[in-house]
Design a protein around this ligand. Structure first.
Ligand SMILES: Cc1cc2nc3c(=O)[nH]c(=O)nc-3n(C[C@H](O)[C@H](O)[C@H](O)COP(=O)(O)OP(=O)(O)OC[C@H]3O[C@@H](n4cnc5c(N)ncnc54)[C@H](O)[C@@H]3O)c2cc1C
Length: 377
């Protein structure tokens, strides 16, 4: 079978790997000239590795990542450093953190040469037929996989779009270039309308993020000063994390998710995966993980599938992926509301609630989200 993929993000590249492994002829079209990504970190939980293991990529990704929270105290704190909750090791011991650039390079190098055609703006066929238009030419495939991200143009052309919605907060992200003493703990710290979190990356670096509730589209003359000022006076090592990061390595994005879950992930012989299908808020750290689950589900369901059985396989893909991703999209929003809570009374109430929630309850709930079993072929 000949398969065309639009978008060389994590979802598109993992799909390409899973399909090439089965001998399919795969081409990935990527709009950017340099197939590279923003230079921040990413956390992946056990479900992402269960998926990567199913297609033989798990060990490769473990080698470039850090089993970040093993042997660290982790949980939620408040800006003066007081702990609200500690997460049981069983819940967070599986978490791995990786530099996005390293992950992207590793995925690219895992593919057959010339799989990814960069600098190519790909346009999907609006009626769901398996065709991609590239400038003046149109290529025909057996299947088209749409992996073009949150602002997917393909989703609109296919008539599946439900719009995107601003979360109400912006996020700075950075990777330190010098070592920082984290004192044996890696927490998320929740203030009023602000969160700061950090995890160790390989080679003594830290990936950190800091959020702030504010209107969409605000700009700062100096992003580095803005993030420093936003978290000034927060407990150690938060100011040290920012100080150990080169100003040019700090990025900021307003955070969006899909306004509503999609009615369906497929149209004819075209299928949506990753953020194009179910962009969710990053508050559960599951966006890329779900894209990886999609990719692996699709690869498994397409194994030994002939072009005649494609529609059945796509229906099964949608029936497996829609309920799980819709649930996580919803839960990520809920978590964002709690974590980004604003105003003294609401924040006090949230913090009391967090302190009173027993870890024995949080542990199994979180573990349930991180448990995933690949489908049978
Ligand atoms: C602040 C923040 C923190 C996050 N942290 C985490 C985390 O810790 N863990 C986690 O699992 N997830 C996290 N996420 C979510 C995660 O980043 C995304 O879910 C994931 O990167 C989406 O991957 P994707 O491949 O679906 O889409 P993308 O990465 O958006 O890739 C889409 C690709 O398609 C290309 N493209 C678009 N249109 C076209 C076209 N017409 N033709 C050709 N190419 C095209 C784009 O250039 C891009 O390369 C976070 C998100 C944010 C905003």
């Amino acid at each position: 079978m000949r398969i065309g993929i639009i978008g060389a993000g994590i979802a598109g590249l993992v799909t390409a790997f899973g399909l090439q492994r089965q001998g399919y002829n795969v081409t990935v079209y990527e709009r950017r000239c340099e197939p590279n990504v923003d230079g921040a970190g990413l956390t992946l939980f056990g479900n992402a590795f269960a998926a990567l293991d199913a297609i033989g990529l798990g060990e490769r990704i473990r080698r470039i990542s850090n089993n970040a929270l093993a042997n660290l105290r982790a949980g939620q704190r408040i800006p003066d450093g007081t702990w609200l909750t500690s997460m049981p090791q069983a819940t967070i011991g599986q978490l791995h953190s990786v530099h996005r650039v390293t992950l992207h390079e590793t995925l690219m190098h895992s593919l057959e040469p010339n799989t990814v055609q960069t600098g190519t703006d790909a346009v999907v066929a609006a009626d769901g037929s398996p065709q991609i238009t590239l400038g003046t030419t149109t290529e025909t495939f057996d299947l088209v996989v749409v992996a073009d991200g949150l602002r997917s143009h393909s989703r609109q052309r296919l008539g599946l779009d439900t719009g995107i919605q601003y979360s109400g907060y912006t996020a700075w992200r950075g990777v330190t270039s010098t070592a920082v003493d984290i004192g044996g703990a890696a927490a998320e710290t929740w203030g009023s309308g602000q969160i700061f979190g950090f995890v160790p990356l390989p080679r003594d670096r830290l990936y950190w993020f800091g959020t702030r509730t504010q209107p969409a589209g605000m700009s700062f003359d100096d992003e580095y000063r803005a993030v420093n000022e936003s978290f000034a006076g927060w407990h150690a090592p938060i100011p040290d994390c920012i100080a150990a990061t080169a100003p040019q390595d700090v990025i900021r994005h307003d955070v969006y998710d899909l306004a509503k879950p999609l009615r369906t992930f497929t149209h004819g012989r075209t299928v949506l995966i990753g953020d194009a299908a179910h962009a969710m808020l990053p508050n559960l750290g599951q966006g890329a993980g779900q894209g990886i689950e999609d990719a692996v589900t699709l690869a498994i369901l397409l194994s030994q599938t002939s072009p005649h059985d494609l529609e059945t396989a796509l229906r099964r893909y949608a029936s497996l992926r829609q309920p799980r991703t819709t649930n996580l999209w919803r839960q990520s929003r809920l978590m964002a509301k709690v974590a980004q809570a604003t105003g003294p009374a609401v924040v006090r109430l949230r913090n009391v609630g967090m302190r009173l929630t027993p870890p024995q309850l949080i542990g199994p709930l979180t573990q349930q989200l991180h448990r995933w079993v690949p489908p049978a072929p």
